[in-house]
Design a protein around this ligand. Structure first.
Ligand code: AP5
Length: 216
């Protein structure tokens, strides 16, 4: 059974690859960023401090570990996750990883895929990103454009740019990634479940590498 996490910098291609992996491997896709954006839009049931979450996201900062851990633990306890899942954006800190490892061993991660993407390509990727607010499909105006400019291929919704995709916020998210998320690479390398993927290739070449690892 596959229980996979994707680690990559902001704009590293987690959401793009997750959509393809979900389709190919039939995994449940759990994207913490999408869940928090749904909470901010008032579309998620449960007791959440919406203003607090909105503030962290707008500043490009990580939401406190315990809030994230409670949300993810609750999500993977739902029946659809019994056959495996794909984490996109979790864990983001060693504290989150340790808390996740402390839960039921039958729910622990089997694979962690680290998409290596150099800092210098990230700005281009995020400043050109367009997202569907309805189905969360992700496009790029140059490398992965929709068939009709500004319109989602899947459901015809008008595409939007994310609030946190401003240059200043992107640079801050990158700094936070390097300080708080990069230590996870050695954490999972030590646990012998980490595979490095060259994330600075075409979307389809990255996906081929992922398929090779997960099909082995
Ligand atoms: P989140 O939504 O997870 O944002 P992120 O990690 O910054 O990652 P992105 O969604 O920006 O990028 P991506 O890697 O998915 O890249 P994409 O596929 O879109 O988190 C947002 C916020 O939520 C956080 O800042 C934090 O506040 C909070 N949060 C979430 N999880 C949390 C946690 N666990 N703990 C605490 N806080 C949390 O690709 C980007 C663009 O590049 C697209 O346009 C795409 O078309 C293009 N592209 C993708 N791959 C390629 C390629 N190979 N070649 C060329 N272009 C490509």
């Amino acid at each position: 059974m596959l229980r996979v996490a994707l680690i990559a910098p902001p704009g590293g291609g987690k959401g793009t690859q997750a959509a393809m992996m979900k389709e190919h491997f039939g995994l449940v896709h759990i994207a913490t960023g999408d869940i928090f954006r749904a909470i901010v839009r008032g579309e998620y049931k449960g007791n959440m401090d919406v203003e607090m979450i909105k503030g962290y996201m707008a500043r490009g900062e990580l939401i406190p570990d315990q809030v994230v851990i409670d949300l993810v633990v609750e999500r993977i306890s739902q029946p659809d996750c019994a056959k495996g899942y794909l984490m996109d954006g979790f864990p983001r800190t060693v504290e989150q990883a340790k808390a996740f490892d402390a839960i039921d061993p039958s729910k622990r991660l089997t694979h962690v895929l680290y998409l290596r993407v150099p800092r210098e390509v990230i700005l281009d990727r995020l400043l050109g990103r367009w997202t569907c607010p309805t189905c969360q499909a992700v496009y790029h105006e140059k490398t992965h454009p929709p068939k009709v400019a500004g319109i989602c291929d899947v459901d015809g919704t008008a595409l939007i740019q994310r609030e946190d995709d401003k240059e200043e916020t992107i640079l801050k998210r990158l700094d936070i990634y390097e300080k708080q998320t990069m230590p996870l690479i050695s954490y999972y390398r030590d646990a012998k479940i980490l595979t490095e993927i060259d994330g600075n290739a075409t979307i389809y070449d990255v996906f081929s590498q992922i398929k090779e690892v997960l099909s082995a």
